[in-house]
Every structure is written in structure tokens, then in C-alpha cells.
Design a protein around this ligand. Structure first.
Ligand code: 5GP
Ligand code: MN
Length: 341
């Protein structure tokens, strides 16, 4: 038995809005990850299965990593930064916007004004803390391990199990897998495995999902990881915090492409005594920062307080406007005030 996570009104209102809308747009956050792709594509496939005549489009702000291109429907996703006019036309024609894997308009970056200006009803399905009130139907459940899990729970609660097709199930599984590090963190809820069981019964090949997302490294990406571990990994004075940072020059040297840094922040946590990890990457106009931690050691408060970010207790991120060396100085001078034993 799967515990209902949403009120009967939320489920009924979602089903009614989907039924009564002809042009549905699904939004997800900047630099979409596996859960962003999985939850947005997953719900869009379900809508197409149930209502083949409806016009459903997933719109993302910018590129998603290459290793999600195999996901059913990924090729049809409209990317705002490279296809602005089309993205804006689609949003202008929308009579329903569904937002997955983000709870604040600012998480869609430069698409935020578009989202906020849209007058049609909005549904939000998300698992981040501190949701803002941009959606009429706001289904925020921070205890959930992924937005994909929440989409699945919503469909099951709505009695839609039999209409979850293989494409929907494959996308939702991929989101659940990636947001839990292949079920290695945030994954102690026994119901998670009942949900996975349901997806496997829908025909998902979970081993193939893993293979397509994780066993696809380029030689450049392999070398970049080796370089990070050999040359860039530092352990802070506290003995339990690790830092890796990469300059633009270093990224260029390894022909960096979107997704190549994915997972590097997790590597130092494999050391016996490391409890916190920070990874910084110098982008064109800012430094992108990731934090990870183990157990009851939240990093989202630090990400929010010092790097204008946020996220989950054990996986958070933020930004810094300036050279990466300055971001490193700020980190070195502040981490000890927030990171506990
Ligand atoms: P990642 O390190 O994988 O980029 O992000 C981990 C988590 O941190 C994301 O799921 C997201 O919740 C959060 N996060 C990352 N970057 C930011 C940011 O700039 N602002 C906020 N509010 N959250 C972020
Ligand atoms: Mn997520």
C-alpha cells in the first residue's frame, strides 16, 4: 500500500486541469538533471497516453547533459536559450503549465519572468524546501527523494496505474535513480521499492537505464576525473571537508562539456573520514558550486547563507560572481562556521 502524499482536492484539481487544457507546457529547472528530465518527460508521456490529442511540450531553460538524450521524448524538448522564439510562442499558447522539480520561479533562471507573467493555471510538483507561491496547485513534499517519485505517487493516487506506459515509467525510474545516487542516499523509505516494483512491472529495464546514464564516459571526462583526484583534491584543516575546484582554463584543457563534472562532488565522500564535499567550477559568468554531506550535517543552510543558493540537506548548491580563486577563499574562510562534526 502506497501512502497518499497529496490531498484528494490536489489530485482531483490536477486531473481536472489536465483534462480541460488543450495546450500544456511542462517546465523544469535550469541545467536540468536526471530528475528534472525524468519528472517533466514522465508526466508529459502520461498526458499523451491518456489524451493523445493534446499538445504537450517540455520546455527547459538550457541544455541538459548528453547522457539523458536517450530518454524517451528528450529529442522533442524545447530549449529556451537556443530556441527562444519557439519556447515563448509555446508558453504564450499554454492553458496549463506544470512545473516539476523546482519550487521557486527563480530556479528556471532567465525563464522566470515568462513563468511569472503567464496567466494560465500552474501546477507544481516538487521536493525542494521553501517553495514560493507561484502555483495554484502546489504539491511540495520535501521528504520525497525525487520529483519523479512524486509524479509517480500522484498518478497512482489518481488511480492511473494502468495508464502508466513504458515511456512514462522509464523516465520516472531514471529520475528516481539519479536523485538517490542509484538508491545510495535519501533512499531508506521502504515504499520507494514498492514504487520501483510498480515501474518494473510496467516494463522498465532498470539495468539499461543505469547503463545509459552512467557507463557513457568520454576519454576526456575520465581524464578530468583523474586530474581532479590527483591534482585538485584538497582536504581542509578540519580533516573532514574536501574541496575540488576547476578554473575555466582547466575545463578547456579537458574539452569540458555539460555533464562532465556530474558526480565529481561525490567522490571525496568515499574517503573514510570525509563528511563534507565542495566542488567549484568556473563558468562563463559565474562559479557554479556544489555541496554534498553525509548524515545529519545539512549543507543547504550554508549554501544559502554564503553562496546565494540552497537545496536539500545533503545535496545543495550555489553560485559566486567572480573568479573561482575568490570563491575558494570565501569557502576556506567560512565553512568551519557552518560545518559541524
Ligand atoms: P547540484 O550540486 O547537483 O548542481 O545541485 C544539488 C542540489 O542543490 C539541486 O538539486 C538543487 O536543489 C540545489 N541547488 C544547486 N544549485 C542551486 C542554486 O544555485 N540555488 C538553489 N536555490 N539551489 C541550488
Ligand atoms: Mn530533484
Amino acid at each position: 500500500m502506497i501512502t497518499p502524499k497529496f490531498t484528494a482536492e490536489q489530485v482531483a484539481e490536477t486531473m481536472r486541469l489536465v483534462r480541460d487544457s488543450a495546450h500544456i507546457v511542462v517546465f523544469t529547472h535550469m541545467s536540468p538533471d536526471g530528475d528534472a528530465m525524468g519528472s517533466s518527460l514522465g508526466i508529459s508521456h502520461w498526458i499523451r497516453t491518456v489524451y493523445p490529442g493534446k499538445d504537450v511540450t517540455v520546455v527547459v531553460p538550457n541544455a541538459y547533459p548528453e547522457f539523458f538524450r536517450w530518454m524517451p521524448g528528450a529529442a522533442d524538448v524545447v530549449q529556451h536559450d537556443t530556441d527562444k522564439d519557439r519556447a515563448e510562442q509555446i508558453v504564450a499558447a499554454a492553458d496549463l503549465i506544470i512545473c516539476t522539480d523546482f519550487g521557486e520561479a527563480k530556479r528556471v533562471g532567465f525563464m522566470a519572468p515568462l513563468l511569472e507573467a503567464a496567466t494560465c493555471p500552474k501546477i507544481m510538483i516538487d521536493h525542494h524546501l521553501n517553495p514560493s507561491g507561484f502555483a495554484q496547485v502546489a504539491m511540495s513534499r520535501p521528504e520525497a527523494s525525487s520529483a519523479s517519485e512524486l509524479v509517480l505517487r500522484l498518478l497512482l493516487q489518481a488511480g492511473e496505474c494502468e495508464r502508466i506506459g513504458l515511456d512514462t515509467a522509464t523516465c520516472l525510474y531514471t529520475g528516481m535513480m539519479t536523485d538517490t545516487g542509484s538508491f545510495s542516499y535519501n533512499s531508506n523509505d521502504p515504499e520507494l521499492y514498492e514504487l520501483v516494483g510498480e515501474l518494473l512491472r510496467r516494463g522498465v529495464d532498470k539495468d539499461a537505464c543505469y547503463d545509459r546514464v552512467f557507463n557513457i564516459w568520454s576519454l576526456d571526462r575520465m581524464r578530468l576525473m583523474g586530474y581532479c583526484l590527483l591534482r585538485k583534491l584538497q582536504v581542509m584543516a578540519d580533516g573532514k571537508t574536501a574541496l575540488i575546484y576547476l578554473t575555466r582554463k582547466e575545463l578547456y584543457r579537458f574539452n569540458f562539456s555539460s555533464g562532465d563534472a556530474e558526480g565529481l562532488v561525490n567522490l571525496p565522500l568515499q574517503m573514510a573520514n570525509i563528511r563534507y564535499s565542495c566542488f567549484m567550477r568556473e563558468d562563463k559568468d559565474k562559479v557554479k558550486i556544489s555541496f554534498r554531506s553525509q548524515g545529519d550535517r545539512p549543507v543547504n543552510e550554508y549554501a544559502h547563507a554564503v553562496f546565494h543558493g540552497g537545496g536539500h540537506a545533503n545535496a545543495a548548491g550555489g553560485e559566486f560572481y567572480g573568479p573561482v580563486t575568490e570563491a575558494v577563499k570565501l569557502f576556506v574562510n567560512t565553512y568551519a562556521d557552518y560545518f559541524r562534526a
